[in-house]
Write a protein that binds this ligand. Structure first.
Ligand SMILES: Nc1nc2c(ncn2[C@@H]2O[C@H](COP(=O)(O)OP(=O)(O)OP(=O)(O)O)[C@@H](O)[C@H]2O)c(=O)[nH]1
Ligand SMILES: [Mg+2]
Length: 161
């Protein structure tokens, strides 16, 4: 990004209850999130409220500082749709989240989704960290070899919005 290498690590969290504790441990240091629902499964869309509340409860960073992208997947199954595009758009706009409909089956919008997410990471995470680093003689931006590439050790611990 802007001539610098940035590694983004994605953790795929299973929706199942038995993974809940592990998933919560992922949230803590996450700098962004991709929430995926199924456009043919209304419950998976309504469950987004639950996933947002989980992130608010367990993320170290405020969700308003994090790039969050919602993907309505299975767009190839339009004939079985139970979540209108406009409804999801309104919900995402209300929360300040990016939104796209995708199909993992056909590949529609999948690379655009990654591109969009990377742009949001650049704007909302990498750039602010670089600006902070420039402003501070006592640099607190460190590079990690395992896991996340950029680590802010700022004192902020606020969760939620
Ligand atoms: N038609 C269609 N089927 C899809 C698409 N994406 C995934 N599937 C199918 O949907 C089912 C569930 O996909 P998964 O990737 O296991 O879903 P998941 O959300 O990761 O599920 P958990 O990890 O259990 O929470 C599988 O049978 C996939 O083949 C898509 O874009 N279109
Ligand atoms: Mg899965």
């Amino acid at each position: 990004m802007d001539g610098k290498d940035v590694t983004i690590t994605f953790y795929d969290s299973g929706g199942q209850e038995k993974f809940r504790a592990i998933v919560r441990s992922y949230y803590r240091k996450s700098r962004g999130a991709v929430l995926v629902y199924d456009i043919t499964d209304r419950k998976s869309f309504l469950d987004l409220d639950y996933w947002v509340s989980e992130m608010q409860a367990h993320c170290e960073f405020s969700l308003s500082e994090m790039p969050i992208m919602v993907l309505g997947n299975k767009s190839d199954h339009g004939h079985l749709r139970t979540v209108p595009t406009a409804e999801a758009e309104v919900w995402c706009e209300r929360h300040g989240f990016a939104f796209l409909e995708t199909s993992a089956l056909t590949g529609k919008n999948t690379s655009d989704a990654f591109k969009l997410f990377i742009q949001l990471i650049q704007k909302m995470v990498v750039k602010p960290l670089e600006d902070q680093e420039e402003d501070s003689s006592d640099s607190f931006l460190t590079r990690e070899t395992e896991g996340l590439p950029l680590k802010s050790v700022s004192k902020k611990g606020a969760c939620g919005r």
